[in-house]
Write a protein that binds this ligand. Structure first.
Ligand code: FAD
Length: 415
């Protein structure tokens, strides 16, 4: 029996996690024929992109999600960050950044990954032209001169032929590996322990970033009054902390963080994430573009990984929607060039924070302590930090300016 004819599309997106789902939504409704292939349903327990973590979304990300119609579906679950307090264990003082001082409604928003997934996939299911393949895993890719051929390990054993493929398949990207794109990985030798806690004082919009000798500890306010904790530890200490009974765990956490959020009363199940910086040598290959973690996976210290990936997704969709041949090398080169400033800046900023606050050399300790005090006194530095919510520079994608890509609605109209 001869094999079934391949499904032909303009763009195939591999991976429908946080970033892949967004790029699919951005391209749906444009003139391009689009297929999204995702191995795991968004609401399945084993879907690691939409797990129990909480993501800090900057104002630019909120705008992108708003333009795509996904924000209203998650807004009821979002908590506003009105203030960020930065401090260092064992040192007096610290720095505060307040939304009101910056003339902002919020410095950012916290939404659980589960709610982000539910909102994005609800919007995806409303796009009539979009071809969704889920659950379906791409197990092989062949790069040809005029297309990329993807073999799907689904019940139908389908083959998808695309003029361009978007790799949104995470830090272990099969697509990037198959295309021969090198990936530089730096293991931070740190593990993030993530847990939600309730305290005797309800969360009030204040987020805390506390730098401790074992690594940064972020305490983020949730809408329901609880806090989510991202506790960075050495692998040995993380193993020990994960093995503790609840009462002993709470006591360790309280001792490490102090009493700024009151007494910790209860903690839910803990999850852990080994932390690495992984960076693809290029954001493009033959008829291939990389977005999100497939292009770069960052330390969560500044909460920037998804925000950066969203801007990859927004600009790539805009460039592909305007191209005669979306897989043309010149088109993909344009994408890489226009993302370079933001990408380089955000990777450098995040990695710099990890290195600076991870060092116990006396000179570095003195400089960062002084740096925190100075930062607190410098309105310009605060303005610059809150502006990171819109990226590190370079092109501002149309979606982040509130402009849809759908030519049928007139390019450039507000939604
Ligand atoms: C502890 C922690 C806290 C974080 N907090 C923040 C934060 O506050 N703010 C922020 O901006 N970022 C944060 N991040 C970063 C953020 O989680 C990532 O940037 C984001 O998840 C990247 O999404 P992605 O879609 O690129 O990749 P992934 O989440 O890895 O998704 C990849 C998807 O591809 C699918 N897939 C893989 N291979 C295949 C295949 N062969 N075929 C089909 N499908 C496939 C997978 O099933 C998955 O759905 C945090 C990260 C960690 C670890």
């Amino acid at each position: 029996m001869s094999p079934a004819a391949p499904t032909r599309v303009d763009v195939a997106i591999v991976g429908g996690g946080m970033v892949g789902a967004t790029v699919a939504l951005a391209l749906a409704g444009t003139q391009l024929r689009v297929a999204l292939v995702e191995a795991v349903r968004f609401d399945a327990a084993e879907q690691s992109s939409f797990d129990d973590r909480t993501t800090a979304l900057g104002n630019g990300s909120r705008r992108i999600l708003e333009t795509l119609g996904a924000w209203p579906l998650m807004a009821a679950h979002a908590s506003r960050v009105s203030e960020i307090q930065v401090s260092e264990a064992g040192r007096y003082g610290g720095a505060r950044l307040r939304a009101a001082e910056q003339g902002l409604e919020a410095l950012g928003y916290l939404v659980s990954n589960r709610h982000i997934g539910a909102a994005l996939w609800q919007r995806l299911s409303q796009q009539p032209g979009l071809q969704l393949r889920v659950p379906a895993r791409v197990h092989e890719a062949q790069f040809e001169a005029d297309c990329v051929r993807l073999q799907l390990a689904s019940a139908a054993q389908e083959c998808v032929e695309a003029r361009v493929v978007i790799a949104a398949d995470g830090a272990q990207s099969l697509l990037a590996r198959t295309a021969g794109i090198a990936n530089a990985v730096e293991d931070y030798q740190q593990v993030a322990v993530v847990v939600q806690v309730s305290t005797d004082r309800a969360a009030n919009g204040v987020a805390h970033e506390r730098f401790t000798p074992s690594g940064p500890l972020a305490v983020l306010p949730l809408r329901d009054g609880r806090h989510t904790i991202v506790w960075t530890l050495t692998p040995e200490r993380a193993r020990a902390v994960l093995a503790l009974e609840d009462a002993a765990f709470i006591s360790e956490l309280q001792q490490c963080f102090g009493w700024r959020i009151g007494r910790i009363l209860a903690a839910n199940a803990r999850a852990s994430y080994p932390l690495r910086l992984s960076r693809a040598g290029s954001m493009r290959g033959p008829r291939l573009a990389l977005v999100g973690n497939a292009a770069q996976a960052l330390h969560p210290v500044a909460g920037q990984g998804f925000n950066l990936g969203l801007r990859d997704a927004a600009l790539l969709a805009e460039i592909l929607a305007a191209a005669a041949d979306p897989g043309d090398p010149a088109v993909l080169e344009d994408y890489e060039r226009r993302r370079a400033t933001d990408r380089r800046g955000m990777i450098g900023f995040t990695d710099g924070l990890v290195q600076m606050f991870g060092s116990d050399r006396a000179a570095v300790v003195a400089v960062r302590s002084l740096g925190l005090q100075l930062f607190d006194l410098m309105p310009a530095a605060k303005r610059a930090l809150s502006a990171l919510s819109w990226g590190f520079g370079g092109d501002t994608p149309r979606l982040m300016r509130g402009l849809r890509l759908n030519p049928r609605q007139g390019n450039g109209e507000r939604p």
